[in-house]
Design a protein around this ligand. Structure first.
Ligand SMILES: *Cc1c(COP(=O)(O)O)cnc(C)c1O
Length: 373
């Protein structure tokens, strides 16, 4: 669906880093990668970490989230968001989605904040999530957060390269995090980054990510720290990938166009979030299936693709439906559950060869053309 897109350039960067002798979770490639990504996104500070999950965890700690607090997030997300909230001892509060993008509904956010703050509860942070590469409505979400004086940590794990009203994601809220996991728009094989204009938050994050060592030769410790820094070798890989980000986005965009053309003649199938994909990074392309019109369900298409050894997947199963978060507090409209039940994510990776793209399109064509019952 989205396999790593790496080649000779990445190999050159990694070999050069290895030969430089900086085989540690610090070094010139880490520093340069942080500077380059901060410049790309337009923020003052970036801290390279071992994963996006680690970045959410430290970002929340840096914003002062503590046990017993409430952190509001989107129910339509990957478990990493909610897991990281749980690591801090805070309780996730899940908000449902807007139907057209799957992103956090600003109206529901306002409703939840009104209730919680009205009841005297402490909401320590809001973590909106840019689903599948489409930016949250930051204008509205950040305005509501400001009104209630709650900081925003944006989970932009899926949306690096995307924009909201012309401004790069990663630059909204008090801080943002991105992920470089193997399946994301660009990869360091595993890694993440915290992005912020807040110097003290960046400093605190860097400190907590390196075992909270106070500057003393014997390592004095006054806080519990973590081992969350990115290795210099992986930062080198990231620098090569960053130089190719726009090219990789362009390939994913082209893939979406192919799907758009193919499904334009298939009643009951919409490209998810596709009506207005200005600013999208096209990380993953999904379809939403109106079963009453198509006569087939998404899992039937998925099975037909699997017969051809082609991967597809439902959208994220919402967190409020996950057994591990049973009992979590929520404000639910049903939109995310409908998206989960009617959506299917299709192969979207920039590493797909022209031959593979052709094979995917043929398999889809066979299914929608031949098997309409
Ligand atoms: C991938 C992802 C993460 C976690 O990133 P890792 O680098 O894999 O830890 C967090 N949130 C969302 C929405 C993601 O898709």
């Amino acid at each position: 669906m989205s396999s790593p897109d790496v080649g000779e350039l990445e190999e050159q960067f990694v070999v050069r880093a290895m030969r430089s002798g900086w085989i540690a979770p610090l070094g010139p490639d880490v520093d340069a990668f942080e500077r380059e990504l901060a410049a790309r996104v337009g923020v003052q500070h970036a801290v390279a970490l071992s994963s996006g999950t680690a970045a959410i965890h430290l970002g929340l700690l840096g914003l002062g989230v503590k046990p017993g607090d409430i952190v509001i997030t989107s129910t339509m997300t990957f478990a990493a968001t909610a897991n990281a909230i749980t690591y801090t001892g805070a309780a996730p509060f899940f908000i449902d989605s807007e139907f057209d993008t799957g992103n956090m509904s600003p109206a529901l956010l306002r409703q939840a904040l009104t209730q919680l703050v009205g009841a005297g509860e402490r909401v320590a942070a809001i973590v909106p999530v840019d689903l599948l590469g489409k930016a949250v409505n930051y204008t509205e979400i950040c305005a509501i957060a400001d009104e209630f004086n709650v900081p925003v940590l944006a989970d932009a794990a899926e949306s690096l390269g995307a924009t909201h009203q012309g401004r790069a994601v990663g630059s909204f809220g008090q801080a943002s995090i991105v992920s470089f996991n193997g399946n994301k728009i660009m990869t360091t094989s595993g890694g993440g980054m915290l992005l912020t204009d807040d110097e003290s938050l960046a400093t605190r994050t860097r400190y907590l990510a390196t075992q909270a060592r106070q500057p003393a030769v014997h390592y004095e410790h006054t806080d519990i720290g973590y081992n969350y820094r990115m290795s210099n070798l992986l930062a080198a890989l990231g620098r090569a990938q960053l130089s190719r980000l726009d090219e990789m986005i362009a390939r994913r965009r082209a893939m979406r166009e192919r799907y758009r053309e193919l499904f334009a003649t298939v009643p009951g199938v919409e490209i998810f979030g596709g009506a207005n994909d200005d600013g999208d990074n096209f990380w993953l392309t999904s379809i939403i299936v109106d079963t009453a019109v198509t006569g087939w369900i998404p899992s039937a298409l998925s099975a037909a693709l699997l017969d051809e050894n082609i991967e597809s997947r439902p959208l994220w199963k919402p967190m409020h439906l996950q057994p591990v978060f049973r009992g979590a507090r929520t404000l639910i409209s049903g939109a995310s559950q409908t998206l989960f039940e009617t959506g299917l994510t299709l192969p979207s990776g920039s590493a797909l060869s022209d031959g593979e793209v052709h094979r995917v399109m043929s398999a889809l064509q066979d299914f929608v053309g031949g098997t309409r019952w």
